[in-house]
Design a protein around this ligand. Structure first.
Ligand code: GLN
Length: 484
């Protein structure tokens, strides 16, 4: 049978499965056919699993029994830094090229329980360090909307897989924007949950105080379904929170002006949108605000005085944590091992051959900011500013429900355009890192396109909410995209 993958969402696919319009095996086969046709060009998947049909058969048995849940038989893609027991998990690094996961990440255990079909593992920047997927050791991922451009990163493979209709949803990880920025470049929805909302157990760590796993999907409703399936307290990650942790009654968060009303006030830090933002991005941002106003929202200008320091804070704290997390790749415990003259030489040889340039750059930066003479000047000071920025966001959320900015300063850039200039690449993260620094949830929503050289390039709108208020992002996001 012919299944129109373009039109499917998780909810509609689940309804068709339930009604018997097609089986999970047929649905999975349709995705496998599409991936076979498109992946050579796009390189969204590093590996397509040969047992996908077997998984789908198991889902069909569950559906036949009437024990179907909202994700039973739904084909999805998993970023290559999330462990699935027995399968390769390389983090797109030569260091882990042949590493097989010894256990399931908590999110994977939950998705298995929910009966999804894992189609394969997706490409990414090596160890999630980058914003274009050009840092993968296994070739870059191209943007399905324009093959001369990047898909964004570091979850570029996950975003491209969903955008090319090569999966109904994907998981990514987001340390400084790695779910939201590729979602923005590829025209899909991407959610970075509240820090602690989703267990990081079994995600290959980058910056442990910043990392979160989250969904990329075609609609807000789909992202919400996946988020609700993967969140929750987990004994294996002590930073996880119960889903009700932040769910104080809505009115208590509000000023008297808006207490008890539906979330309707959108804060905009205009002072932060002046420099370096593409005119087309600003244009679509203003159009989004106008559409919110037409829907009865109030737009309120807010001040976040130290927000311009967020990128600097991120590029101190993140490499500090990276340098510590990367220390475990010693050529003994996991992955690559290269014999040198002696034990210490094994270590140098292995790390020199196993890590790419960007990973090495960040290890150097991280060990520098943590070194005894500079610890106070960089690392401690960055942590103090991190606290100030978080306090400023808390204050802003006393009078607004969500904060809106563009997701990225521009649409997808050309392949190779920023690879020789790390700072230009880091500037891509200017709007996304704040949610990681503050631990707050943020979503990227498709917000129109700009035509460049004949191709329509998606632009993203980012909404950030206070801790634990994902629901506000979903409600407002659905309203914005006119989803039912
Ligand atoms: N682009 C950012 C960086 O290079 C974000 C990475 C991420 O979120 N994993 O650090």
């Amino acid at each position: 049978m012919n299944i129109d993958l373009k039109k499917l969402t998780i909810a509609t696919a689940a309804a068709h499965l339930k009604a018997g319009d097609f089986t999970a095996v047929e649905l999975t086969q349709a995705y496998l056919d599409l991936v076979a046709a498109k992946n050579r060009e796009v390189n969204a998947y590093l590996e397509v699993f040969t047992d996908a049909i077997t998984q789908a058969r198991a889902a069909d048995a569950v559906i036949k029994d009437g024990r179907q849940g909202p994700l039973t038989g739904i084909p999805c893609a998993i970023k290559d830094n999330i462990l699935i027991q027995g399968r390769l998990a390389s983090a797109a690094s030569r260091m882990l090229q042949n590493y097989r996961a010894a256990y399931d990440a908590t999110v994977i255990a939950k998705l298995k329980e929910a009966g999804v079909v894992f189609l394969g593992r997706t490409n990414m920047d090596e160890f999630a360090m980058g914003g274009s997927t050009e840092n993968s050791a296994f070739g870059l991922t191209k943007n399905p909307h324009d093959l001369s451009r990047v898909a964004g990163g570091s979850s570029g493979g996950s975003a491209a897989a969903v955008a090319m209709d090569g999966a109904l949803f994907a998981l990514g990880t987001d340390t400084g924007g790695s779910i939201r920025q590729p979602a923005s470049f590829c025209g899909v929805v991407g959610l970075k949950p509240t820090y602690g909302a989703v267990s990081r157990y079994g995600a290959i760590a980058m910056g442990s105080s910043l990392d979160q796993i989250g969904p990329l999907a075609k609609t807000v409703a789909d992202a919400e379904l996946v988020f609700k399936a993967i969140r929750g307290r987990d004994a294996f990650d002590s930073t996880t929170i119960d889903e009700n942790t932040y769910n104080e009654p809505y009115a208590e968060h509000r000023t008297s002006k808006t207490a008890g009303r539906k979330p309707r006030v959108i804060g905009v830090p205009r002072h932060f949108l002046k420099d370096g933002v593409d005119a087309a991005v600003l244009g679509s941002f203003e159009a989004a605000l106008a559409s919110f106003e037409r829907k009865g929202y109030e737009i309120q200008e807010i001040a976040l005085p130290n927000i311009s320091a967020a990128l600097m804070v991120y590029y101190i704290i993140m490499p500090a944590e990276v340098s510590s997390n990367m220390a475990r790749y010693d050529g003994v415990k996991y992955g690559l091992h290269i014999d040198g003259k002696d034990g210490i030489d094994d270590y140098f040889e292995t790390r020199g051959a196993g890590f790419g340039r960007e990973v090495i750059r960040r290890i150097l930066l991280g060990t520098y900011v943590l070194s005894s003479g500079y610890y106070d000047a960089y690392y401690n000071r960055a942590n103090a500013v991190r606290k100030m920025i978080t306090d400023e966001f808390h204050k802003a959320f006393e009078s607004v429900d969500v904060i809106a900015t563009p997701t990225a300063p521009g649409p997808a850039f050309k392949i190779g355009e920023k690879t020789t200039d790390p700072v230009a690449m880091y500037l891509e993260d200017i709007f996304t890192v704040t949610a990681n620094i503050t631990g707050m949830p943020a979503i990227s929503l498709p917000c129109g396109t700009v035509v460049r050289e004949g191709a329509g390039l998606p632009i993203g709108l980012q909404l950030t909410a206070g801790h634990g208020h994902e629901q506000r992002l979903f409600d407002i996001g659905r309203d914005f995209l006119n989803e039912e």
